[in-house]
Write a protein that binds this ligand. Structure first.
Ligand code: ZN
Ligand code: ZN
Length: 408
Protein backbone atom coordinates (compact mmCIF):
# COMPACT_ATOMS: atom_id res chain seq x y z
CA UNK A 1 0.00 0.00 0.00
CA UNK A 2 1.37 3.45 -0.85
CA UNK A 3 1.32 6.24 1.70
CA UNK A 4 -1.83 7.87 0.34
CA UNK A 5 -3.76 4.58 0.41
CA UNK A 6 -2.66 4.10 4.03
CA UNK A 7 -3.94 7.57 4.95
CA UNK A 8 -7.19 6.86 3.14
CA UNK A 9 -7.62 3.60 5.07
CA UNK A 10 -7.04 5.44 8.36
CA UNK A 11 -9.62 8.02 7.27
CA UNK A 12 -12.17 5.31 6.43
CA UNK A 13 -11.61 3.78 9.85
CA UNK A 14 -12.07 7.17 11.57
CA UNK A 15 -15.35 7.71 9.68
CA UNK A 16 -16.62 4.28 10.69
CA UNK A 17 -15.34 4.18 14.30
CA UNK A 18 -15.80 7.82 15.39
CA UNK A 19 -18.14 9.22 12.71
CA UNK A 20 -21.03 6.79 13.08
CA UNK A 21 -19.45 4.44 15.61
CA UNK A 22 -20.64 1.29 13.83
CA UNK A 23 -22.00 -1.43 16.11
CA UNK A 24 -22.51 -5.14 15.45
CA UNK A 25 -25.52 -5.98 13.29
CA UNK A 26 -26.16 -2.42 12.05
CA UNK A 27 -27.15 -1.37 8.56
CA UNK A 28 -25.09 1.46 7.11
CA UNK A 29 -26.18 3.77 4.30
CA UNK A 30 -23.24 5.34 2.50
CA UNK A 31 -23.86 8.33 0.21
CA UNK A 32 -20.74 8.95 -1.84
CA UNK A 33 -19.71 10.38 -5.22
CA UNK A 34 -18.72 8.21 -8.15
CA UNK A 35 -15.30 9.91 -8.02
CA UNK A 36 -14.58 8.27 -4.63
CA UNK A 37 -14.55 4.54 -5.40
CA UNK A 38 -11.36 3.81 -3.43
CA UNK A 39 -12.63 5.54 -0.28
CA UNK A 40 -16.05 3.89 -0.65
CA UNK A 41 -14.46 0.44 -0.76
CA UNK A 42 -12.36 1.22 2.32
CA UNK A 43 -15.38 2.51 4.29
CA UNK A 44 -17.42 -0.57 3.35
CA UNK A 45 -14.54 -2.84 4.37
CA UNK A 46 -14.06 -1.06 7.70
CA UNK A 47 -17.80 -1.12 8.43
CA UNK A 48 -17.90 -4.91 7.97
CA UNK A 49 -14.81 -5.24 10.18
CA UNK A 50 -16.76 -3.35 12.85
CA UNK A 51 -19.64 -5.84 12.56
CA UNK A 52 -22.04 -4.13 10.15
CA UNK A 53 -24.88 -6.28 8.78
CA UNK A 54 -25.05 -4.56 5.41
CA UNK A 55 -23.65 -1.43 3.80
CA UNK A 56 -25.99 0.12 1.22
CA UNK A 57 -24.00 2.35 -1.12
CA UNK A 58 -25.84 5.26 -2.82
CA UNK A 59 -23.65 6.57 -5.62
CA UNK A 60 -23.98 10.29 -6.35
CA UNK A 61 -23.29 11.69 -9.80
CA UNK A 62 -23.57 15.47 -10.16
CA UNK A 63 -23.53 15.33 -13.95
CA UNK A 64 -26.51 12.98 -14.07
CA UNK A 65 -28.34 15.05 -11.47
CA UNK A 66 -27.63 18.21 -13.46
CA UNK A 67 -28.85 16.62 -16.70
CA UNK A 68 -32.04 15.56 -14.93
CA UNK A 69 -32.75 19.03 -13.51
CA UNK A 70 -32.05 20.72 -16.84
CA UNK A 71 -34.07 18.32 -18.98
CA UNK A 72 -36.75 16.42 -17.10
CA UNK A 73 -40.40 17.04 -17.91
CA UNK A 74 -41.33 16.38 -14.26
CA UNK A 75 -39.37 18.08 -11.49
CA UNK A 76 -42.04 17.44 -8.87
CA UNK A 77 -42.37 13.66 -8.64
CA UNK A 78 -40.23 11.50 -6.36
CA UNK A 79 -40.42 7.76 -6.92
CA UNK A 80 -42.47 5.97 -4.22
CA UNK A 81 -39.67 3.40 -3.95
CA UNK A 82 -37.33 6.13 -2.68
CA UNK A 83 -39.79 7.04 0.08
CA UNK A 84 -40.33 3.36 0.96
CA UNK A 85 -36.61 2.85 1.28
CA UNK A 86 -36.30 5.90 3.51
CA UNK A 87 -38.98 4.39 5.77
CA UNK A 88 -36.97 1.15 5.95
CA UNK A 89 -33.83 3.09 6.85
CA UNK A 90 -35.67 4.88 9.66
CA UNK A 91 -37.29 1.68 10.95
CA UNK A 92 -33.93 -0.13 10.99
CA UNK A 93 -32.24 2.87 12.60
CA UNK A 94 -29.53 2.49 10.00
CA UNK A 95 -26.47 4.73 10.37
CA UNK A 96 -25.95 7.28 7.59
CA UNK A 97 -22.54 8.25 6.23
CA UNK A 98 -22.45 11.10 3.70
CA UNK A 99 -19.20 11.81 1.91
CA UNK A 100 -19.21 15.17 0.14
CA UNK A 101 -16.81 15.77 -2.73
CA UNK A 102 -18.92 17.81 -5.12
CA UNK A 103 -17.57 20.47 -7.40
CA UNK A 104 -18.86 23.64 -5.64
CA UNK A 105 -19.98 24.95 -9.01
CA UNK A 106 -21.55 21.69 -10.25
CA UNK A 107 -24.90 23.38 -10.82
CA UNK A 108 -23.68 26.82 -11.83
CA UNK A 109 -25.74 28.27 -14.66
CA UNK A 110 -28.69 25.93 -14.14
CA UNK A 111 -32.00 27.81 -13.95
CA UNK A 112 -32.31 28.54 -10.21
CA UNK A 113 -36.10 28.22 -10.45
CA UNK A 114 -35.73 24.59 -11.62
CA UNK A 115 -33.20 23.86 -8.87
CA UNK A 116 -35.55 25.32 -6.29
CA UNK A 117 -38.51 23.32 -7.59
CA UNK A 118 -36.55 20.08 -7.44
CA UNK A 119 -35.16 20.88 -3.99
CA UNK A 120 -38.68 21.48 -2.70
CA UNK A 121 -39.84 18.12 -4.05
CA UNK A 122 -36.82 16.29 -2.64
CA UNK A 123 -37.16 18.23 0.62
CA UNK A 124 -40.76 17.08 1.06
CA UNK A 125 -39.98 13.47 0.14
CA UNK A 126 -37.00 13.40 2.50
CA UNK A 127 -38.94 15.01 5.33
CA UNK A 128 -39.23 11.94 7.58
CA UNK A 129 -35.64 10.85 7.06
CA UNK A 130 -34.42 14.38 7.69
CA UNK A 131 -36.48 14.55 10.89
CA UNK A 132 -35.13 11.20 12.09
CA UNK A 133 -31.62 12.44 11.35
CA UNK A 134 -32.05 15.85 12.95
CA UNK A 135 -33.64 14.20 16.01
CA UNK A 136 -30.65 11.85 16.24
CA UNK A 137 -32.98 8.83 16.06
CA UNK A 138 -30.13 7.32 14.09
CA UNK A 139 -26.37 7.94 13.91
CA UNK A 140 -25.13 10.05 11.04
CA UNK A 141 -21.97 11.74 9.89
CA UNK A 142 -21.00 14.12 7.11
CA UNK A 143 -17.37 13.99 5.97
CA UNK A 144 -15.50 15.18 2.91
CA UNK A 145 -13.36 13.76 0.13
CA UNK A 146 -11.29 15.63 -2.43
CA UNK A 147 -12.43 15.65 -6.04
CA UNK A 148 -10.28 17.24 -8.78
CA UNK A 149 -12.98 19.84 -9.60
CA UNK A 150 -13.33 20.91 -5.97
CA UNK A 151 -9.53 20.97 -5.52
CA UNK A 152 -9.16 23.32 -8.48
CA UNK A 153 -11.48 25.83 -6.78
CA UNK A 154 -9.51 25.75 -3.53
CA UNK A 155 -6.04 25.74 -5.14
CA UNK A 156 -6.46 27.49 -8.51
CA UNK A 157 -2.71 28.23 -8.71
CA UNK A 158 -1.65 24.55 -8.57
CA UNK A 159 -1.62 21.91 -11.29
CA UNK A 160 -4.62 19.59 -11.25
CA UNK A 161 -2.65 16.76 -9.65
CA UNK A 162 -0.98 18.96 -7.01
CA UNK A 163 -4.26 20.67 -6.16
CA UNK A 164 -5.96 17.32 -5.68
CA UNK A 165 -3.19 16.13 -3.35
CA UNK A 166 -3.14 19.46 -1.47
CA UNK A 167 -6.89 19.30 -0.83
CA UNK A 168 -6.65 15.74 0.45
CA UNK A 169 -3.88 16.76 2.85
CA UNK A 170 -5.92 19.79 4.03
CA UNK A 171 -8.87 17.48 4.71
CA UNK A 172 -6.67 14.99 6.58
CA UNK A 173 -5.19 17.78 8.76
CA UNK A 174 -8.59 19.23 9.56
CA UNK A 175 -9.88 15.85 10.78
CA UNK A 176 -6.78 15.29 12.96
CA UNK A 177 -5.77 12.28 10.91
CA UNK A 178 -2.09 13.05 11.43
CA UNK A 179 -2.20 12.49 15.19
CA UNK A 180 -0.95 9.15 16.56
CA UNK A 181 -4.44 7.98 17.37
CA UNK A 182 -7.08 9.98 15.48
CA UNK A 183 -9.97 8.32 17.33
CA UNK A 184 -8.43 9.33 20.69
CA UNK A 185 -7.67 12.86 19.40
CA UNK A 186 -11.36 13.20 18.56
CA UNK A 187 -12.38 12.06 22.03
CA UNK A 188 -10.22 14.83 23.58
CA UNK A 189 -11.49 17.43 21.13
CA UNK A 190 -15.04 16.40 21.97
CA UNK A 191 -14.35 16.93 25.71
CA UNK A 192 -12.97 20.46 25.12
CA UNK A 193 -16.06 21.51 23.18
CA UNK A 194 -18.35 19.89 25.75
CA UNK A 195 -16.78 22.11 28.47
CA UNK A 196 -17.55 25.25 26.48
CA UNK A 197 -21.13 24.08 25.91
CA UNK A 198 -21.56 23.34 29.63
CA UNK A 199 -20.42 26.89 30.57
CA UNK A 200 -22.89 28.44 28.12
CA UNK A 201 -25.71 26.18 29.27
CA UNK A 202 -25.15 27.19 32.87
CA UNK A 203 -25.76 30.87 32.02
CA UNK A 204 -28.94 30.32 29.94
CA UNK A 205 -28.42 33.68 28.19
CA UNK A 206 -31.56 35.50 27.09
CA UNK A 207 -29.79 36.90 24.02
CA UNK A 208 -26.45 37.31 22.26
CA UNK A 209 -25.11 40.62 20.98
CA UNK A 210 -22.79 40.38 17.94
CA UNK A 211 -20.50 43.29 17.05
CA UNK A 212 -17.97 43.53 14.24
CA UNK A 213 -17.37 45.73 11.18
CA UNK A 214 -20.62 45.55 9.19
CA UNK A 215 -22.39 43.74 12.02
CA UNK A 216 -24.56 44.80 14.96
CA UNK A 217 -27.05 42.07 15.70
CA UNK A 218 -29.11 40.94 18.68
CA UNK A 219 -30.11 37.28 18.65
CA UNK A 220 -32.64 36.11 21.23
CA UNK A 221 -32.24 32.59 22.57
CA UNK A 222 -35.26 30.41 23.41
CA UNK A 223 -36.01 29.36 26.99
CA UNK A 224 -34.33 26.04 27.87
CA UNK A 225 -32.04 26.16 24.84
CA UNK A 226 -29.16 23.71 24.86
CA UNK A 227 -25.66 24.44 23.58
CA UNK A 228 -23.94 21.44 22.14
CA UNK A 229 -20.50 20.71 20.74
CA UNK A 230 -19.17 18.12 18.35
CA UNK A 231 -20.38 14.75 19.57
CA UNK A 232 -23.99 13.62 19.68
CA UNK A 233 -25.88 10.69 21.20
CA UNK A 234 -28.54 8.82 19.23
CA UNK A 235 -31.89 7.66 20.62
CA UNK A 236 -30.34 4.29 21.51
CA UNK A 237 -27.69 6.03 23.64
CA UNK A 238 -24.83 5.46 21.20
CA UNK A 239 -22.40 8.30 20.57
CA UNK A 240 -21.47 9.54 17.10
CA UNK A 241 -19.86 12.56 15.43
CA UNK A 242 -22.30 14.34 13.06
CA UNK A 243 -19.61 16.36 11.28
CA UNK A 244 -15.92 15.82 10.75
CA UNK A 245 -14.30 18.29 10.92
CA UNK A 246 -16.21 20.16 13.58
CA UNK A 247 -15.05 23.00 15.80
CA UNK A 248 -18.39 24.52 16.74
CA UNK A 249 -20.52 24.89 19.85
CA UNK A 250 -24.06 25.67 18.76
CA UNK A 251 -27.69 26.09 19.71
CA UNK A 252 -30.94 27.39 18.22
CA UNK A 253 -31.90 31.06 18.20
CA UNK A 254 -35.40 32.28 19.00
CA UNK A 255 -36.69 32.58 15.42
CA UNK A 256 -38.84 35.58 16.38
CA UNK A 257 -36.19 37.64 18.19
CA UNK A 258 -33.39 38.59 15.81
CA UNK A 259 -32.84 42.30 15.15
CA UNK A 260 -30.15 44.35 13.44
CA UNK A 261 -27.73 43.66 10.62
CA UNK A 262 -24.93 41.26 9.89
CA UNK A 263 -22.34 40.76 7.13
CA UNK A 264 -21.08 37.38 6.01
CA UNK A 265 -17.30 37.02 6.13
CA UNK A 266 -16.85 34.12 3.71
CA UNK A 267 -18.44 33.08 0.42
CA UNK A 268 -21.31 30.60 0.56
CA UNK A 269 -21.48 27.71 -1.86
CA UNK A 270 -25.18 26.95 -2.31
CA UNK A 271 -27.07 25.12 -5.06
CA UNK A 272 -23.88 24.97 -7.12
CA UNK A 273 -23.39 28.73 -6.99
CA UNK A 274 -20.86 30.75 -5.04
CA UNK A 275 -22.54 33.65 -3.23
CA UNK A 276 -20.16 36.39 -2.10
CA UNK A 277 -20.44 39.53 0.04
CA UNK A 278 -23.80 38.77 1.68
CA UNK A 279 -25.49 41.25 4.00
CA UNK A 280 -28.70 40.74 5.95
CA UNK A 281 -31.08 43.01 7.81
CA UNK A 282 -33.38 41.43 10.42
CA UNK A 283 -36.50 42.62 12.16
CA UNK A 284 -38.38 40.53 14.73
CA UNK A 285 -36.56 37.44 13.49
CA UNK A 286 -37.28 37.94 9.80
CA UNK A 287 -34.82 38.78 7.05
CA UNK A 288 -36.35 42.03 5.78
CA UNK A 289 -33.62 42.66 3.22
CA UNK A 290 -30.52 40.94 1.92
CA UNK A 291 -27.92 41.57 -0.74
CA UNK A 292 -24.82 39.94 -2.21
CA UNK A 293 -21.97 41.08 -4.45
CA UNK A 294 -22.42 37.95 -6.54
CA UNK A 295 -25.06 35.21 -6.60
CA UNK A 296 -27.72 37.55 -5.22
CA UNK A 297 -30.53 35.92 -7.26
CA UNK A 298 -29.73 32.50 -5.79
CA UNK A 299 -29.65 34.00 -2.27
CA UNK A 300 -33.05 35.61 -2.81
CA UNK A 301 -34.48 32.32 -4.13
CA UNK A 302 -33.07 30.53 -1.09
CA UNK A 303 -34.87 32.79 1.38
CA UNK A 304 -38.10 32.36 -0.62
CA UNK A 305 -37.99 28.54 -0.33
CA UNK A 306 -40.57 28.61 2.46
CA UNK A 307 -41.60 30.79 5.43
CA UNK A 308 -38.81 29.41 7.62
CA UNK A 309 -36.15 30.24 5.03
CA UNK A 310 -36.52 33.90 6.06
CA UNK A 311 -35.45 33.14 9.63
CA UNK A 312 -32.52 31.65 11.51
CA UNK A 313 -32.23 28.11 12.89
CA UNK A 314 -28.71 27.93 14.29
CA UNK A 315 -26.14 30.06 16.10
CA UNK A 316 -22.68 28.53 16.26
CA UNK A 317 -19.49 29.70 17.94
CA UNK A 318 -16.09 28.89 16.43
CA UNK A 319 -12.87 30.67 17.46
CA UNK A 320 -10.99 32.51 14.75
CA UNK A 321 -7.90 30.47 15.69
CA UNK A 322 -9.56 27.19 14.63
CA UNK A 323 -7.24 24.98 12.53
CA UNK A 324 -9.37 25.51 9.44
CA UNK A 325 -9.31 29.27 9.85
CA UNK A 326 -5.53 29.14 10.37
CA UNK A 327 -5.10 27.18 7.14
CA UNK A 328 -6.13 30.42 5.43
CA UNK A 329 -8.02 28.39 2.83
CA UNK A 330 -11.51 28.98 1.58
CA UNK A 331 -12.93 25.55 0.85
CA UNK A 332 -16.17 26.70 -0.83
CA UNK A 333 -17.73 23.94 1.21
CA UNK A 334 -19.83 24.57 4.31
CA UNK A 335 -18.55 21.57 6.22
CA UNK A 336 -15.12 23.21 6.29
CA UNK A 337 -15.86 26.90 6.05
CA UNK A 338 -18.41 26.76 8.87
CA UNK A 339 -15.72 25.34 11.10
CA UNK A 340 -13.42 28.24 10.36
CA UNK A 341 -15.81 30.80 11.70
CA UNK A 342 -18.74 31.83 13.82
CA UNK A 343 -21.82 31.10 11.76
CA UNK A 344 -25.58 31.27 11.58
CA UNK A 345 -27.97 29.11 9.60
CA UNK A 346 -30.92 30.16 7.52
CA UNK A 347 -33.76 27.67 7.96
CA UNK A 348 -34.53 24.79 10.30
CA UNK A 349 -33.34 24.53 13.87
CA UNK A 350 -32.33 21.18 15.32
CA UNK A 351 -35.04 19.94 17.68
CA UNK A 352 -32.41 18.78 20.20
CA UNK A 353 -31.31 22.42 20.63
CA UNK A 354 -34.05 22.83 23.24
CA UNK A 355 -34.82 20.72 26.32
CA UNK A 356 -37.45 18.10 25.41
CA UNK A 357 -37.38 19.23 21.77
CA UNK A 358 -37.00 15.77 20.22
CA UNK A 359 -40.37 14.84 21.79
CA UNK A 360 -42.13 17.94 20.43
CA UNK A 361 -44.11 18.07 17.20
CA UNK A 362 -43.52 20.74 14.53
CA UNK A 363 -46.09 23.14 15.99
CA UNK A 364 -44.68 22.83 19.52
CA UNK A 365 -41.13 23.43 18.28
CA UNK A 366 -42.31 26.52 16.47
CA UNK A 367 -44.15 27.86 19.53
CA UNK A 368 -40.94 27.42 21.53
CA UNK A 369 -39.04 29.58 19.04
CA UNK A 370 -37.36 26.83 16.98
CA UNK A 371 -37.55 27.68 13.31
CA UNK A 372 -39.09 25.13 10.91
CA UNK A 373 -38.07 24.97 7.26
CA UNK A 374 -37.05 22.57 4.52
CA UNK A 375 -33.66 24.23 4.30
CA UNK A 376 -30.73 24.58 6.67
CA UNK A 377 -27.94 26.66 5.16
CA UNK A 378 -24.99 27.84 7.23
CA UNK A 379 -23.26 31.11 6.44
CA UNK A 380 -20.11 32.50 8.02
CA UNK A 381 -20.00 35.70 10.00
CA UNK A 382 -16.92 35.34 12.24
CA UNK A 383 -13.74 37.37 12.04
CA UNK A 384 -10.78 38.43 14.18
CA UNK A 385 -12.75 41.62 14.96
CA UNK A 386 -15.88 39.95 16.30
CA UNK A 387 -17.10 40.44 19.86
CA UNK A 388 -20.08 38.59 21.31
CA UNK A 389 -21.74 39.29 24.64
CA UNK A 390 -24.21 37.06 26.40
CA UNK A 391 -27.09 39.04 27.88
CA UNK A 392 -28.81 37.75 30.99
CA UNK A 393 -32.50 38.36 31.71
CA UNK A 394 -31.48 41.05 34.24
CA UNK A 395 -29.63 42.90 31.46
CA UNK A 396 -26.12 41.97 32.61
CA UNK A 397 -23.55 41.48 29.78
CA UNK A 398 -21.05 38.62 29.98
CA UNK A 399 -18.22 38.47 27.40
CA UNK A 400 -18.32 35.27 25.33
CA UNK A 401 -16.06 36.26 22.43
CA UNK A 402 -13.42 38.98 22.18
CA UNK A 403 -11.43 39.61 19.00
CA UNK A 404 -12.74 36.41 17.49
CA UNK A 405 -11.66 34.18 20.40
CA UNK A 406 -13.37 32.54 23.40
CA UNK A 407 -13.37 35.10 26.22
CA UNK A 408 -13.61 32.48 29.01
ZN1 ZN B 1 -23.08 24.78 12.60
ZN1 ZN C 1 -25.69 24.24 10.47
Amino acid sequence: MDNFSKQLARYADLIVATGVSVKKGQTIVLNIGIDQVELAHLIVKSAYLHGAKEVLVKWQDDIITRLFIENTTDLKTIRPSVILENDEIIAEKASRISVVSSDPAAFAGVDSQRIKERQQAVGQAMHKLRQATQNNDLSWTVVAAASPEWAKKVFPELSEEDAHEALWQAIFRSVRLNSDDPNLAWQKHHEFLAQKAAWLNQYQFDALHYQAPGTDLMIGLPKNHLWEGAGAINSQGQSFMPNMPTEEVFTAPDAKRVDGYISATKPLSYAGTIIEGMQFQFKAGEIISCSADSGEAVLKDLIQTDEGAKRLGEVALVPHSSPISQSGLIFFNTLFDENASNHLAIGAAYSFSIKGGTEMNEAELSVNGLNRSQVHVDFMVGSAEMSIDGILTDGQHIPIFRNGEWAF
